[in-house]
Design a protein around this ligand. Structure first.
Ligand code: NAD
Length: 423
């Protein structure tokens, strides 16, 4: 949280990198070491990389940015984002500017409860098995909590049991859900450990055979929500508001459109996740499974028009993110991201991510219903093409200009132009 320091910075994108770093360092109290880390271009030593995954040869860096202009629940935030796709940070910052009115984006979240699944096969008597597990619930929760006294100390831990009978191609199964409040952890390790510890006891109690014991990424008890109002004048009039609502309705009704619509939301969510070294596969899996919870794959967001003709947006999605555990505390850039964003609880990070997802969604809907998505993308795309075609230094800007002017932003044209400019 940046307290009273405004995140509204006009023309931030036009500043030279050095000036941007200076502004953010000043506003978020970065130390000279932290500024040095930003300048180091990735911040990970080979030794640290080698400790993180297997068979390491080196590391790959992504650009690390901040989105500006975010006001969430009346507080201003600079939101670190990383990724390879142009326009994402620009769109988030731009839409956050339109959403700043009043308290800005309003967010909320549930308790950070994850689900661990224990699969029970060959159950001789389903109702008897369900009854024994229900009777043993407090004993099971106690054993689960003995696996992680630290989590319990922080107010988290196993909180409940839910039992589901499902029919599958391999016959009927009893699925035991362990509900675990993970506090500031993403929780996969914590939950998996608890499920493994309970597994033999569950087998005993049910007379069945336990097989899988693993977290579910459909984290539908761990939701983050964001909502906003954008004035119709800022959208270019009430007709443009209606167009965004119609574009949303298309996504909500048609899975072919919804896949790309939700991908746009994940452009923002995953970019923040990358900057914080989060498990973005877990977030993707949770988001898309949640989008299909009604039996049809639908939009994660909802857009409507209020009585004044203004645009109202709402996003709700699972957000399994942590500030402890995983790589968040061990990756130096993720630690720096935490300092810049200034959050102290995983639920707060989750809410910021939902806010970014909502802003990103509006950026795409606005572009699609107005000038079309390629308009903004093309200059950036042209830059990628000329670099791919071998442009360097001063040639880059000139080649981009010529390529855009040519009206044919294609690789073969980029190659021609670069060849010509290089003489
Ligand atoms: P972890 O086990 O490294 O750390 C969490 C632990 O930190 C807790 O169990 C607790 O003991 C301790 N802790 C200290 N302070 C805490 C606080 N304030 N709140 C909560 N816990 C606190 O990490 P994790 O979050 O259990 O697991 C995350 C990792 O698991 C990620 O790297 C993820 O990629 C990986 N993973 C994911 C899946 C999946 O399906 N999503 C499966 C397996 C592993």
């Amino acid at each position: 949280m940046t307290g009273k320091r405004s995140s509204r910075i006009s023309g931030f994108y036009r500043m030279p990198i050095e000036d941007r770093v200076k502004v953010i360092a000043e506003k978020t109290d970065l130390s000279p070491e932290e500024v040095g880390l930003l300048r180091s271009g990735g911040g990970m030593s080979l030794e640290a990389a080698d400790r993180m995954i297997e068979n390491v040869l080196g590391s790959i860096a992504y650009p690390f940015s901040v989105a500006v202009n975010f006001r969430i629940n009346g507080e201003d935030y600079f939101v670190p984002m990383a990724g390879e796709e142009p326009s994402v940070v620009a769109a988030a910052s731009n839409m956050a500017r339109l959403m700043r009115e009043g308290e800005g984006i309003r967010t909320s979240s549930t308790d950070p409860v994850m689900i661990g699944q224990i699969q029970v096969l060959d159950v001789p008597d389903m109702s008897e098995a369900v009854r024994s597990l229900q009777e043993a619930e407090s004993k099971l929760l106690k054993i689960a909590n003995e696996q992680d006294p630290i989590l319990v100390k922080f107010g988290g831990g196993a909180k409940g049991l839910e039992l589901r009978q499902i029919d599958t191609d391999a016959g009927p199964m009893l699925i035991c859900h362990l509900l675990v409040d993970c506090r500031d952890a993403m929780g996969a390790n914590a939950v998996n450990t608890m499920c493994e510890a309970l597994s033999p006891i569950v087998a005993d109690l049910t007379g069945g055979r336990t097989l899988l014991r693993i977290i579910s990424n459909l984290a539908d008890y761990r939701l983050a929500r964001a909502e906003c109002v954008v004035k119709k004048e800022d959208m270019g009039g009430e007709e443009k508001v209606d167009d965004v609502v119609a574009a949303w309705a298309f996504a909500d009704a048609d899975p072919y459109r919804a896949a790309t619509h939700n991908k746009g939301i994940m452009n923002g969510v995953v970019a923040v996740a990358l900057a914080f070294a989060q498990d973005h596969r877990a977030l993707e899996a949770g988001a898309h499974a949640y989008a299909a919870r009604t039996g049809r794959y639908r939009s994660l967001s909802r857009w409507s028009k209020n009585g004044k003709g203004d645009l109202v947006g709402f996003l709700e999605m699972p957000m399994a993110v942590g500030l402890v555990g995983g790589a968040t505390r061990s990756h130096p850039m993720a630690r720096l991201a935490l300092k810049i964003l200034g959050v102290s609880k995983a639920t707060e990070l989750a809410e910021v991510m939902a806010a970014v997802g909502l802003a990103q969604n509006l950026g795409a809907l606005r572009a699609l219903t107005q000038e079309g998505i390629q308009h903004g993308h093309m200059r950036l795309h042209a830059r990628n093409l000329v670099v791919m075609a071998g442009a360097e230094g001063d040639v880059i800007e000139e080649a981009v200009r010529l390529l855009v002017e040519s009206g044919e932003i294609r690789f073969d044209r980029a190659q021609e132009i670069v060849r010509r400019l290089k003489g």
